[in-house]
Design a protein around this ligand. Structure first.
Ligand code: ISL
Length: 525
């Protein structure tokens, strides 16, 4: 009998998301960089991560911290340039850690040579056809071409000054003004994106996180949205800006390239609510993985969590795809704060990590989660997320969950940098949360994360790709892994609960008289 092909590495991997500005700074400029990350890889080995996902590090004016790409095939000097990236790949691979990087196909930076050429070339030229340049509406074209809003607030259109010195056409940017949307109907766009994918794959990258993977395709004629008042940083499935059917042809083309590198993975950022539509992105000839964000939008409530998990499993099962799980990232607030903050928020976050790692599929942990970091209340004057300005100071944006990691010592910058002037200020109260302190304490959140990841990898109870829900009292969730038999109990109720029979492998809080307290979880073998 022929050997069964090995399961792809990413199907049960623990991915650790590195926000490079905030991980570790090697050169004292107050911003994290790739040599800083390479120096700290042993933290990830110790933790047990299989792979890292690094947010964008390609050349960028940093209007949206790297999601505005001016050269997709070079590393920004702020992060150490190409040499530092090559050092990182080598250092990670020497430790058996895979490296996946962010790619941003939906838009470029306004500093990208293509956009600069489009501005210079004027209306009706081939250069303009790489983006969405349109004449304005109303007298003298004074009004934007349609009513679309930017995801960061304000109109999704900006008017340009034409080469003759007069105001002229408008260009589309679903995000910031500095992030013009690319016209994927123009075949040059895919050709260049293919070059980018192959460029990094040839340099040893193990895969990509594809930014706004539900974007790229725009409806013909760019019609008005039915409801102009689209919520900032959110959109619905009826939103004409995203999730257009012809985006799938783009994903099929991307997959054709990826198939030349059979070990590499793509994970798409797919903010699509409807399960059937979401699943289309993970058909066998499209993305390998799609982020499912339901758990990032869920309170610590048994009914809601059950629905989120069940929905995500069902969505992936529609295409026999691997489910993905994440509690937070650089766009959504940190879980400790979302679940109520303080000791309760932390206890619930730990319980949720056990729930998440008990599930079949790939898991994404955002840097700092393993330390139990909360969101930070930052003063107005340090805010950098474009959302803050574009919303007219009504939305504070995402800086709160991007504050640099505390590594060691008793005062900011806690070993993150030699420079006290870090790009976002670090709270003095994080003295208790440093990696150094938590590594020395077997009862720490960090030690807990390590144990959770270790058990998940070591124990046969975690085998199998399906779960069964077992009956449970109100406020409590219990499920069993169908293959290995692991039982996970989550107590989101108010009272301690009795545990089902089995060997207790771990609980996120000490049992009380043999019962699992509120706001905690347990694993039984
Ligand atoms: O529409 C959303 C959710 O329903 C938004 O969250 C949006 O899809 C998301 O913000 C897109 O995020 C990604 O692309 C942005 C960048 O600022 C984010 O950091 C990145 O994760 C623009 O490139």
């Amino acid at each position: 009998m022929a050997d069964q092909p090995a399961r792809p590495w990413w199907q049960s991997a623990v991915f650790y998301q590195v926000y490079p500005r905030s991980f570790a700074d090697s050169n004292g400029d107050g911003v994290g960089d790739l040599d800083g990350l390479a120096d700290r890889l042993d933290h990830l080995v110790w933790l047990g991560a299989d792979a890292i996902w690094v947010n964008p590090v390609t050349v960028s004016p940093m209007a949206d911290h790297g999601y505005d790409v001016a050269d997709p095939r070079d590393i920004d000097p702020l992060f150490g340039g190409m040499a530092a990236f090559e050092r990182l790949i080598a250092a990670a691979h020497a430790r058996d850690i895979k490296v996946t990087m962010d790619v941003v196909p939906n838009h470029t930076s306004s500093q990208h040579p293509w956009f600069q050429a489009a501005l210079a070339a004027g209306p009706g030229t081939d250069s303009r056809d790489r983006y969405f340049f349109r004449d304005g509406r109303g007298p003298d074209g004074l009004l934007p071409p349609n009513n679309w809003e930017s995801v960061f607030g304000g109109p999704a259109w900006t008017r340009v000054i034409e080469p003759d010195g007069n105001p002229g056409q408008w260009y589309l940017h679903l995000f910031d003004t500095e992030q013009p949307d690319l016209n994927w109907d123009n075949p040059e766009i895919f050709d260049d994106f293919e070059k980018t994918l192959r460029f990094w794959l040839e340099r040893g990258v193990d895969g990509f996180r594809i930014d706004v993977a539900h974007g790229m395709a725009k409806p013909a004629g760019l019609p008005d949205a039915p409801d102009a008042a689209v919520e900032i940083l959110r959109h619905s499935d009826e939103d004409p800006r995203f999730n257009r059917p012809h985006v799938h042809a783009i994903h099929r083309d991307i997959r054709t390239v990826m198939n030349d590198y059979p070990d590499a993975v793509t994970v798409g950022e797919v903010w699509v609510h409807d399960n059937a539509q979401w699943a289309e992105y993970v058909r066998p000839d499209e993305l390998h993985l799609g982020f499912n964000f339901r758990l990032t939008r869920t309170d610590f409530d048994a009914t809601e969590i059950h629905a989120a998990v069940q929905n995500s499993l069902e969505a992936a099962a529609l295409e026999n795809a691997t489910p993905t799980w994440t509690l937070s990232n650089h766009d959504v607030g940190r879980e400790v704060t979302r679940y109520g903050g303080g000791d309760v928020g932390l206890a619930r976050a730990k319980a949720m990590v056990m729930l998440m790692l008990a599930l079949p599929g790939a898991v994404f942990i955002y840097n700092g989660s393993e330390l139990g970091l909360p969101d930070v209340d930052l003063p107005d004057e340090v805010l950098q997320d474009p959302t803050w300005e574009r919303s007219g100071h009504t939305e504070r944006g995402r800086d709160k969950c991007r504050v640099p990691m505390p590594w060691s010592g008793d005062a900011p910058p806690f070993g993150f940098s030699t420079n006290p002037d870090t790009w976002l200020p670090m709270p003095a109260t994080w003295a208790a949360l440093t990696v150094e302190k938590q590594r020395a304490d077997t009862g720490s959140t960090l030690a807990f994360f390590r144990e959770v990841i270790r058990l998940r990898r070591a124990r046969a109870e975690f085998d199998g790709t399906e779960i069964d829900w077992l009956s449970s009292p109100t406020g409590v969730l219990i499920f069993r892994r169908r293959g290995g038999g692991l039982v996970c109990v989550l107590n989101a109720g108010e009272q301690p609960v009795a545990l089902p029979p089995g060997e207790l492998l771990l609980s996120s809080a000490p049992l009380v008289g043999g019962r699992l307290p509120a706001d905690s979880a347990a694993w039984l073998g």
